[in-house]
Design a protein. Structure first.
Length: 97
């Protein structure tokens, strides 16, 4: 499922291979064909949900970033993207109620 009908599909060549994604942030993307289109860290197959689960288990941001060889800012952005998604979900739920 595309990230949003308002989002534009970005097409790049990475390592000689085509890479298509919907930008969800600077570091977070939804790439069709990668992890079922679930949010991942750009240019990786690292599912954002996995990083968030480590954070919820008490891992510090810096430890998650180091474990995945990502900038700490990417992990912080994952939290922001998840928070926005929950806000949208809550808003849709409130309208339906």
């Amino acid at each position: 499922m595309p990230a949003s009908k308002n989002k534009k599909l970005v097409r790049e060549m990475v390592g000689g291979e085509p890479y298509e994604y919907y930008r969800l942030g600077r570091y977070i993307v939804s790439a069709p064909g990668v992890c079922g289109g679930r949010p991942t860290f750009k240019y990786t197959r690292i599912d954002v949900r996995h990083a968030l689960s480590l954070l919820s288990a008490g891992w510090p941001v810096e430890m998650v970033a180091k474990d995945f060889d990502l900038p700490a800012q990417a992990v912080k952005e994952a939290v922001k993207v998840a928070s926005k998604a929950l806000d949208k979900h809550e808003g849709a739920y409130a309208k339906a109620a």
